[in-house]
Design a protein around this ligand. Sequence first.
Ligand code: FAD
Length: 305
Amino acid sequence: MNPLRSLILAAAGNDAVRRAVATAPVSREVVRRFVAGETVASALDVTGDLVENGLRVTLDYLGEDTTDRGLAERTVQSYLTLLDQLHDTGLAVDAEVSVKLSAVGQSLDERLALDNASRICAAAEQGGTTVTLDMEDHTTTDSTLRVLAELHRSWPSTGAVLQAYLRRTLDDCRALAGSRVRLCKGAYAEPASVAHTDPHEVDLNYVRCANVLLSGSGYPMFATHDPRLIEIVAERARWHDKAPEDFEYQMLYGVRPSEQARLTAEGHVVRVYVPFGEQWYGYLMRRLAERPANVAFFLRSLAGR
Ligand code: FAD
């Protein structure tokens, strides 16, 4: 992994850095580029604008690695409020939610995370929409897939996320090719024992996994901003005779918005991942780690320029 990326991901776990960034007066401006505000109301505003422009949305209430049951419960309540309002505003047709199991208690007790995720899935079903379980670092993959299998018994439309950098992922794609699956490269600092560390290898694995998902009966969701992979996916989708509504592209809020618009105009389904909430720090650091230009943008803002 590139040293700058490793450094930023290490800073993501450092409390002193976390405090310095969170209290810097200009941080909020930088955060706004990638995060749709701190409240449900601001997230709904952003969602409404995106939907008006023909995009779909998946909303993420920010938070991860919760070791406090009270905080896990507050996260569930935020999702329930959000889902209610998506239904009431009519946005649930175009907007679903993404959930991190570590935000609803996974590290405390897998059963608690399953119960909490089940409450969110039940509310989503009632509101006319779906849930996708985000995938976190590799130490949680087995647990997340176990919870997903349980959720599939009652809510088979629950989406999974698989990360092309993990060596195991091609097998996981084969196992889940009949489901809704988001395929991404992967955003965490992972050891070579479990993950491809050469970006070219990650891309090759992404294409292999895309082929498996496109040849299955499920609904693949290709989460990438990479122009080459976007092109290859379009080409492979044609080989597999997939119509535009048989799969979708996904991108992050604030990243390549013009490409999001271009793909939509070409008739593709494009879903934007919209994070919101007060706990934006870990999310922001992963976005900065992905692209040196973002770090420069961030440092310029911290310096007040
Ligand atoms: P990269 O090789 O990183 O980027 C390709 C090109 O895209 C870059 O050259 C640049 O032009 C542009 N680009 C990429 N990132 C940025 C950025 N931050 N700012 C500006 N331009 C950029 N990861 C997980 O581990 N678990 C998840 O559950 C998960 N969910 C995701 C959901 C969605 C909808 C998306 C889009 C990504 C998700 N990710 C998740 C993150 C993903 O794993 C990658 O870390 C991230 O998408 C960057 O990889 P890339 O495919 O865009 O390719």
